[in-house]
Design a protein around this ligand. Sequence first.
Ligand code: AMP
Length: 507
Amino acid sequence: MNSALWLLRSGLSHPAMPAAASGTRVVMTYGQLASRAARIAGALINKFKLKPGDRVAIAAKNSPDYLALLYGIWHAGCAAVPANSKLHGAELGYILEHSGARVCFASPGTDSEIAPHAPKSLERLITIGSAEYEELFTSDSVDVAPRAGSDLAWLFYTSGTTGKPKGAMLTHRNLSIASYAYGSEVDPVSPGDAILHAAPMSHGSGLYIMQHVARLGVQVIPESGGFEPDEVFALFNHWPRMSLFAAPTMIKRLVEAPGDCNVDNIRTIIWGGAPMYVEDCLRALDRFGPRLAQIYGQGESPMTITTLTKQEIADRDHPRWRERLASCGRPYVCVEVIVTDADDNPVATGETGEILVRGDVIMAGYWRNDEATKASLRGGYLHTGDVGAFDAEGYLTLKDRSKDLIISGGSNIYPREVEEVLLTHPAVREVSVIGRPDADWGEAVVAYVVGQAPRAELDALCLSHIARFKRPKDYVFVDALPKNNYGKILKTELRAQDARRVKSPTP
Ligand code: AMP
């Protein structure tokens, strides 16, 4: 089934309902959005001669146009390739070449970044808002192209924290299942409810578009096109029952921001994509009340592996509340999640291993990369590359990715455990723990700290909470940690920085 049918249905039945807003201003109703999508589809088919299955990229900042483009691409039977507009021109060029996109819609500014890196396969680079772009909406509309559930809908390029990004092939079925799961388990949507897209729509936030289209929600796009705490607060004050998907670093910024908002207007703040430390979660809970939910997912299983619900996060009276806060919740009902050893055999409850997932939400494979597909989907399960353990009550706790595990003196040390402890110090704003090659220990634990806490106090804190061998052998105080465009800390980059530092130490 073509995902575009959800918009068609909403546009037909409720043409006057608000569909998209720029800040506080409604800019498109459902009737208008459906009509724009049908016209873009007409242009793709009749003007550009695209065929079902052809890829069309969107390299754009968040904007209401994003919705018309995404649905227009599906309406035409093509597959969307949303790419983060903050990427470098060469990185965008790689995605365009690798996906074989024939057309790319780009924001002003991103277009000129792309131009010198545009591959030969790209026939048109169209600037959103240009005269050429606006003219596409005068095209005759076409009917929604028939698509099977197994057809490609979204090529989801991974954020590439290691190596070149891979294109996870998400089908229309994958997107439907992810959307049902969100609506039924994380955040039920009622007509008129709003969703704020302050995180890139090319990634996690974009996956929440569909459920809101199906349920007649309003997609609110900040006028800044991105994440500014003051603007987020102002929008929460304006829109009743609004949800927000945010990376933990964004939530941390909201908690620390001086402004304020009417928290009663907030439906849900969903975090995911990176760990939220317990201390940060407690602060967020104090600030925003029982409105936080967690999801754990990845592009390959579009934001749908486990979830920790609002009720579980707010249930302070539960005897295992804090442990649960440190977990990423229970599997969504649409997936089977197991934890396995290196030979893919399930390990006992409580034991740590790789997290494997199976279900109708899992990608069809990696685009043009059979080798990676075979490795990732072997045995019928998605191999997440994440390491974790189930407790006896079925809650999954994520440890670090296997490549981030530190082996010191023959013992395994999960950086997150050390980070959680260091973050309880009031002067520690952010922290990232890595292993530094060491002649005696194999690896030595090193903590990069944003904030100015005395070393002795950090040492004492560790000694009172975790085994002595896990205590950092060195603390490095920095102004900021290396992060990618999604706000994820880049440990690979941090290790490289650390190696340079050790080679030529600064006084
Ligand atoms: P991406 O596909 O770029 O969204 O990255 C997915 C990865 O982010 C996962 O494989 C995890 O390593 C990490 N991740 C996602 N959600 C969470 C979460 N709730 N807690 C900790 N790490 C997460």
